[in-house]
Design a protein around this ligand. Structure first.
Ligand code: FES
Length: 90
């Protein structure tokens, strides 16, 4: 049975970033951005299942994603910013 797959390119609609993507930009949560698509897709799933995660919950959920540029604290802040706005869901 075919199942739909959403990639990072499928999140933004009509050229408009999702609130989570916008929070990523506003929090400077990327340097080289190699890890960004994976983190944003994982964080999107997190916010769909837990719209108000603690920093510890965000870190635990995203532990399978690695940022070699060391942006983890900003990444967690971006996820929590999107959650705080109640706009974490794309
Ligand atoms: S921003 Fe470079 S690996 Fe994460």
């Amino acid at each position: 049975m075919d199942q739909p797959i959403t990639t990072i390119e499928g999140l933004a609609q009509d050229g408009r970033l999702t609130p989570l993507q916008q929070a990523w930009v506003e929090n400077d949560a990327m340097q080289c951005a190699y890890c960004t698509p994976g983190f944003i897709m994982s964080a999107t799933v997190l916010l769909r299942t837990n719209p108000n995660p603690t920093a510890q919950e965000v870190a635990q959920f995203l532990q399978g994603n690695v940022c070699r540029c060391g942006m983890h604290s900003r990444i967690i802040a971006a996820v929590q910013r999107a959650a705080a706005l109640g706009k974490g869901r794309p």
